[in-house]
Design a protein around this ligand. Structure first.
Ligand code: BGC
Length: 825
């Protein structure tokens, strides 16, 4: 098929029967829309995404392991740390080529949700805690993929920031936080790149499931942002198409079974589903099939996998963050920073991750790589076997250590000039489907670091993880490299960075708190029914900088092997009086080629509404040879100075003074200038103008001047929302709803039976091989499932009607209470 005009689409629509239209609004199987050969409509295949192509072998259904090999690029956390849109676009192009070669017309990515909390199990799949980075890099990814003729699927709209009870939890978010943070990355990507599809998230947003949320899908996404592509549900997120179609969710994935089509036909006949809503969805689906089901995926071209592997390696180095690099006081390496490694220095490589790396996240994004480079191999090749010793330090399978393993590690460290310890988060510590309970490394990894640094102070700690960890040993270790999840070529990239062939090009796109306890979200209730975003705008560095809380490493931080001077800064107001341009000269003053990231933060000096201390509003990545310099110019448009006024429901640029800070991190300001802006339309949906005075609550102290001691209480949040909080209860015996997660039923016998059944079904569905690490976390992952997911998890053998019957039965069985007994509260 090829792209069609609207008249051609209308003509095709006219030829379809009701049954065919209904069928087109749900998957024919886990990955494809139905084909209708009678009128020449082919099936369209979708596939994960986002850092590599996951195409299960025929018959393998939703398997996460039994799939065709594909290049595993660094995950979004690593790409996010590159702050490099051009690089992310290149990766997108490679992903598009590989998707096309597998016949995949729509690649499921990028994920542009924000990392609201460092424990988010899926943080590895997202770019940043800041919407500017997530939006720019998300847009670059879409640009790259769609440039090859393959469509993208921007996910997961919206406020999908926790994996706990992810299928039904209600995210309660105030209007400003939604607009200024959680929707911004989606808005930017949609408006800049027109992704083929947007994926509606599992969770509820302010009381309505995202797939049934017409405010989100119709008013905002289509109405305000002009999105004209297909809204596809996250897999299993649609419960009732008679509700989700009118709300704006066009395509329900995966298939829902024939019964469900019959049900929808009845809804159409009775008028419960308006024909216009069905036709609008089918029109968009036909347009998608026409645009993306064409030549890109039909005329499959061979892919240069070797070139993609090299690109994956370059991207991994670009996202590697040098967190710390100090001289050692004594020993053979004394007096100089440890990295890059001195030529000729013998090296002890310690930690099983050096041989069996953690290089990607676990869950739906899991890629079967075309090959895997390990640090040990790559470093041995770079340095020669005689210079490199290895000790595993811990068991990769069960994450334990022993006196013998620690003794071997200490011995290897002692007998080498430098020790490199590779630790991090094993798959069971961090996965899609469940959040982490804490930020600690496995105890065996902690003990290994302590043992090695005691044996040899010249120790470099290398971290492989998808999100921040606590670093209790930080003061005792001179060098720390955050390698994140580097993809299949991560080992080669890491070796090149350690020996200095490549530079560590990354800067943190998230804050590393000292401990989870210092993070505001750690003190907030999470479930069973709601997750309250009480901190509002104070997400990530917006919180830490506002309260002056010490952090282990600030947002934006990252060291270089070379040095840069930033001079000749200037700041001018744009001709419209509502924007500004900042310029400066960046010079590489060291002896190596390298890159630097200029970060621009805006501080609103006086504001009618509360604002964070500062917010990232512009950035530029500059690569320079030694002695070279470049003039960097960063434009801040009116939106960079504006806030969302919840009383006016529009963007407002309040006239007044703004400080513009040029910085190396949110805590390392290099230059600051001040400007006065007259205030003008901020380019919001309805182009609202200046504000005369705020018409919303402004004086809530927790938000005006947040403090760690005070925190964010339910009462403060209610005042901010302007209405009472929805009850955060449920899941008592007899009170189960479609949104009750199995974890909240486990205290009843029937809940335990369901948990066991779901675990068995889920392991079958994802095709986990015997003994795969996923087995160990499967119980926690399935515990997040709710009744709405039963048809998907059971591959439609438990239909929607059956699920409803089951829910009634379960309520009946578990709800029997003796007279006079009280409900738990
Ligand atoms: C994930 C999506 C993914 C889909 C298909 C869902 O569980 O949330 O990100 O694209 O599965 O695998």
């Amino acid at each position: 098929m090829t792209a069609m005009t609207s008249a051609e689409i209308a003509a095709l629509l006219g030829q379809l029967t009701d049954a065919e239209k209904v069928a087109l609004t749900a998957g024919a199987d886990a990955w494809s829309t139905p084909a209708i050969p009678r009128v020449g409509i082919p099936a369209l295949r979708l596939g994960d995404g986002p850092h590599g192509v996951r195409k299960p072998h025929d018959g393998a259904g939703m398997s996460m392991f039994d799939s065709h090999p594909a290049t595993c690029f660094p995950t979004a956390v690593t790409l996010g740390s590159s702050w490099d849109a051009a690089l992310v676009q290149e990766v997108g192009e490679a992903l598009g080529r590989e998707a096309a070669s597998h016949g995949i017309a729509v690649l499921l990515g990028p994920g542009v949700n924000l990392k609201r909390t460092p424990v988010g199990g899926r943080n590895f799949e997202y770019f940043s805690e800041d919407p500017l980075i997530a939006g720019r890099l998300g847009a670059a990814w879409v640009r790259g993929v769609q440039g090859t003729g393959v469509g993208a699927s921007l996910k997961h709209l919206a406020a999908n920031n926790t994996e706990q009870r992810r299928y039904g939890v209600n995210a309660v978010v105030d209007e400003r936080a939604l607009r200024e943070l959680y929707l911004t990355s989606f808005e930017h990507t949609v408006m800049q790149e027109r992704p083929a599809t947007v994926m509606a998230a599992y969770n509820q947003l302010n009381g309505e499931h995202c797939t049934e949320n017409s405010w989100l899908l119709r008013d905002v996404l289509r109405g305000e942002w002009g999105f004209d592509g297909v809204v596809v549900s996250d897999w299993g997120a649609v419960w009732d198409r008679a509700v989700s179609l009118p709300a704006g969710n066009d395509l329900a994935m995966p298939g829902l079974g024939r019964d469900d089509d019959e049900y929808l036909l009845r809804a159409l006949a009775s008028g419960a589903l308006a024909r216009a809503d069905l036709d609008a969805a089918v029109t968009r689906i036909l347009d998608l099939v026409g645009r993306y089901g064409g030549p890109a995926t039909r005329d499959r071209k061979p892919v240069d996998l070797a070139a993609h592997h090299r690109l994956a390696r370059r991207a991994a180095a670009a996202g590697t963050v040098l967190l710390k690099n100090e001289p050692v006081a004594n020993g053979s390496a004394a007096g100089r920073a440890l990295l890059p490694l001195a030529a000729g220095a013998s090296v002890a490589v310690i930690g099983a991750f050096a041989q069996e790396p953690r290089f990607q996240g676990a869950g739906s994004s899991h890629v079967v790589p075309t090959r895997v480079e390990t640090l040990l191999e790559a470093l041995t090749e770079a340095r020669g076997a005689a210079q490199v010793r290895y000790a595993s330090g811990y068991d990769r399978t069960d994450n334990t250590t022993s006196a013998a393993l620690l003794a071997q590690a200490a011995e290897a460290a002692r007998s080498s000039a430098v020790a490199i310890v590779v630790v991090g988060l094993p798959e069971t510590f961090e996965t899609e489907g469940v959040d982490r309970p804490h930020l600690r490394l496995p105890e065996s990894h902690e003990r290994l670091v302590a043992t090695v640094v005691a044996a040899n102070p010249a120790t470099v700690v290398v971290l492989q993880n998808g999100s921040p960890v606590e670093l209790p040993w930080l003061d005792s270790v001179p060098a720390v490299v955050e390698a994140y999840l580097g993809g299949q070529a991560g080992g080669g990239a890491l070796s090149a960075v350690l020996v200095g062939e490549a530079e560590p090009g990354g800067r943190l796109a998230e804050t590393f708190p000292v401990s989870y306890a210092t993070h505001p979200v750690s003190a907030m209730p999470n479930g069973p029914a709601t997750v309250e975003y009480r901190e509002s705008l104070y997400v990530g560095y917006r919180y830490f900088d506002a309260v002056g809380e010490p952090v282990a490493f600030p947002f934006g931080h990252g060291l270089s092997y070379t040095s840069f001077a930033w001079t000749d800064a200037s700041l001018v107001v744009g001709a419209d009086g509502a924007s500004a341009v900042i310029e400066l000269l960046v010079a590489n003053t060291g002896e190596r080629a390298g890159s630097d990231v200029v970060q621009v933060y805006v501080h609103d000096v006086e504001s009618a509404l509360f604002r964070p201390e500062q917010e990232l509003r512009g950035f530029a990545k500059v690569s320079l040879m030694p002695g070279e310099s470049e003039r960097v110019s960063i434009t801040l448009d009116s939106r960079a100075f504006s806030y969302w006024d919840p009383a006016k429901h529009s963007w407002v640029l309040e006239p007044g003074r703004f400080d513009v800070r040029v910085a190396r991190s949110s805590r390392d300001m290099v230059w600051s200038g001040s400007i006065g802006l007259a205030g003008a339309g901020a380019g919001g949906p309805d182009g609202a103008g200046g504000v005369e005075g705020a018409s919303v609550p402004t004086g809530i102290p927790a938000y005006r001047s947040p403090s760690r001691e005070r925190g964010f209480t339910a009462g403060d949040f209610e005042r901010l929302l302007g209405h009472p909080l929805p009850p955060n209860t449920g899941a008592w015996p007899g009170q189960y709803t479609l949104d009750t997660a199995v974890r909240d039923m486990r205290h009843t016998p029937v809940g335990r039976i369901l948990a066991r059944y779901l675990k068995r079904e889920a392991i079958k569905t994802i095709g986990a091989p015997e003994g795969a690490p996923v087995d160990a976390v499967a119980a926690d992952v399935v515990a997040q499932l709710n009744f709405r997911m039963f048809p998907t998890v059971s591959d439609a053998t438990v239909s929607r009607r059956r699920t409803e019957q089951l829910l009634r039965l379960v309520n009946l069985l578990s709800g029997i209470r003796l007279p006079g007994t009280r409900r738990r509260s």
